[in-house]
Write a protein that binds this ligand. Structure first.
Ligand SMILES: NC(=O)c1ccc[n+]([C@@H]2O[C@H](COP(=O)([O-])OP(=O)(O)OC[C@H]3O[C@@H](n4cnc5c(N)ncnc54)[C@H](OP(=O)(O)O)[C@@H]3O)[C@@H](O)[C@H]2O)c1
Length: 298
């Protein structure tokens, strides 16, 4: 497994396991522990979650796993996110909203660490753009958390190029990643210029929903079907699988993406890891780029 050093102190596995859907998997704690061990055996040592995942419940499940097997902590990198106040039976917000004020960021970080029994976070992200963001205040909160040893690195998620640049400046170039959606049906960040801004800053994005949340392989919508057929065709050429080709397509890009697999299946995670052995041609990358019909070359 390739790894990527996103800061001096933090090195992530290039394929990451996402735990957004963990509560749907109905795992007992021992299943979560075993699942994490199997991921590590595949070289997938980085795990992604967020304060709000599983109706504020996923971090607790991770915490139970780390209590069960405390040896796990030093073998993995934990990434979590803050900044969304989601309407939920376990929170008293009248409406869902964003909150990136100093007190929220600091309290949320401490709560995540307590829930996960993990001592510190390897990477802490601002989950979404906040129209009320005060860049200097956010930068100060993240800086203070790092100084206090509660987080090793920090970054953002779903930030467009302008918002990324603005916070990057306020932090003195300390944003270690931008976690964004990219897949053969999702091109927002190619079109916005974000890929170019990230390369300018030598920042490698984490990629969510790399298989469009499974729709690449389950949807009958013509757009998905066209992409699926193309992935199958290229997979045949490489004696591989369409899932592996989708990951190989992401890994090919020079920005050095770190895809987050959201599957509960270790077989599917292995298919993601197999992408390092596939050498797509430049032309094959473009075949997939235009397959959905959304991207046009001029
Ligand atoms: N920052 C953000 O705003 C944000 C937003 C969304 C997600 N994320 C992160 O990104 C991670 C990955 O996102 P994701 O879960 O959407 O990723 P994904 O890997 O694109 O989708 C995973 C889903 O697809 C299904 N799937 C995978 N391969 C399949 C196949 N061949 N046939 C049928 N179904 C298939 C999986 O089902 P099985 O479990 O049955 O394999 C699972 O339900 C999340 O866990 C989370 O950590 C971040």
């Amino acid at each position: 497994m390739e790894t990527i050093k996103i800061t001096q102190d933090v090195e992530l596995s290039r394929i990451i396991q996402g735990l957004w859907r963990l509560k749907n998997w109905n795992f007992e704690t021992i299943n979560t522990v075993n699942f994490m061990h199997r991921c590590i055996e595949l070289g997938v040592t980085t795990f992604d979650t967020a304060e709000i995942y599983g109706d504020y419940g996923v971090e607790e499940e991770i915490g139970k796993a780390l209590l069960w097997d405390p040896g796990l902590r030093e073998r993995i990198q934990l990434v979590t996110k803050t900044g969304i106040n989601m309407k939920s039976p376990v929170r008293s917000y009248k409406i869902g909203h964003y909150d990136t004020r100093y007190e929220k960021i600091v309290a949320s970080c401490k709560e995540s660490i307590a829930k996960m029994n993990c001592g510190y976070l390897d990477l802490f992200l601002i989950h979404r753009e906040d129209p009320l963001i005060d860049h200097d205040e956010v930068a100060r909160a993240l800086h203070d958390l790092k100084e206090a040893g509660l987080i090793k690195a920090y970054g953002v998620s779903n930030f467009d190029p302008f918002k990324f640049e603005a916070l990057q400046k306020a932090t003195g170039d300390q944003l270690a990643t931008n976690q964004i959606e990219v897949s053969p049906v999702c091109f927002e960040h190619f079109n916005s210029g974000l890929m170019d801004v990230l390369q300018k800053h030598h920042v490698h994005p984490m990629i969510w929903s790399p298989l469009a949340g499974g729709l690449l392989f389950t949807s009958n919508d013509p757009m998905y079907v066209k992409v699926r057929r193309k992935l199958e065709e290229i997979a045949d050429r490489h004696h591989s699988t369409p899932e592996t080709i989708a990951y190989a397509w992401l890994l090919y890009h020079p920005v050095k993406m770190m895809p987050i697999s959201g599957s509960s299946s270790l077989e599917r995670l292995s298919a993601a890891c197999a992408a390092f052995d596939v050498k797509l041609s430049h032309e094959e990358w473009y075949e997939i780029y235009i397959a959905s019909g959304q991207q046009h070359l001029r």
